[in-house]
Design a protein. Structure first.
Ligand SMILES: Cc1ncc(COP(=O)(O)O)c(C=O)c1O
Length: 255
């Protein structure tokens, strides 16, 4: 990973398949650059490989610039995966795959063998929600809510610290790069003290083993708090940032 997204440099003719999140990498928020998209597709075409495009939060883009599906570049080589985990609830275990014709039989067989079948009742309920337009209405409504939350988060953090969120204005989380790993550790432990669970990229590795090469940053999810709890969560974050002295210096210089 770098500022252009996933790096295809390590792919070889024997790799077989690569799993990508081109529209929005988690947790960096980076969008795969057009040049990299081309390089991945060229690799798949030259090496008989497949790409799996994991479009896990594509419904949520807030700056009016949705990223086109990579899959359109070569539908014979690219599997497009979507999920309702972000738009409805992860517990539903519902998603969809657009699979190249050559993979349909093996993918169906693998799903059958893995016992990965999905409840027909829940599938039909989702189909009904889509057919009535309710799914679309729901996504449009929550998109507005999350867009507002992201802006409020950016404003609060910016006003208190002079630091800026990075990554595309999309999805359900933002990345706040920090001046040092020490700040990251202190913010997380002060957060724990006041009742706000914070995730750090460097210290806690964010769901991965701690990685000391990862930059210091907070991964801030803004979708989970219920409407009545959002304001309080934002206030607590502000308290933590202020308590740790992460304040803007003159004209945005860092502490
Ligand atoms: C990168 C990525 N892909 C996919 C998903 C959705 O996974 P699932 O549909 O299994 O809940 C997530 C959820 O957090 C994710 O972070």
């Amino acid at each position: 990973m770098d500022e252009f997204g996933a790096d295809p440099a390590d792919l070889t003719p024997l790799t077989g398949a690569a799993l990508l999140t081109p529209a929005h990498q988690h947790p960096s928020g980076v969008v795969l650059s057009p040049a990299r998209r081309g390089e991945f597709v060229a690799w798949a075409e030259c090496c008989d490989g497949f790409l799996i495009e994991d479009d896990y939060d594509g419904e949520f883009r807030y700056d009016g610039r949705p990223v086109g599906a990579l899959q359109a570049l070569d539908p014979e080589r690219i599997v497009l995966a979507g999920s309702v985990s972000k738009s409805l609830a992860p517990g539903l275990r519902l998603g969809q795959l657009v699979v190249p014709p050559t993979l349909r039989v093996p993918v169906t067989a693998a799903m059958r063998e893995s016992g990965g079948g999905v409840s027909v009742i829940e599938q039909l309920t989702l189909a009904d929600l889509v057919a009535r337009g309710d799914y679309d209405r729901h996504v449009r409504r929550v998109r507005t809510v999350y867009r507002r939350r992201r802006a409020e988060l950016a404003d609060r953090v910016g006003a208190l610290t002079g630091l800026r969120l990075v990554g595309a204005a999309a999805g359900l989380h933002a990345l706040l790069p920090l001046p040092s790993a020490e700040y990251e550790r202190r913010l997380i432990s002060t957060g724990e003290y006041v009742g706000l669970r914070l995730h750090g990229l460097h210290a806690s590795g964010y769901r991965h083993p701690p990685d000391t090469s990862a930059p210091a940053a907070l991964v801030l999810g803004y979708a989970t708090p219920a409407p009545h709890a959002w304001g309080q969560a934002l206030d607590l974050l502000g308290e933590v940032l202020e308590a740790e002295g992460l304040r803007a210096g003159p004209r945005g210089t860092r502490p």
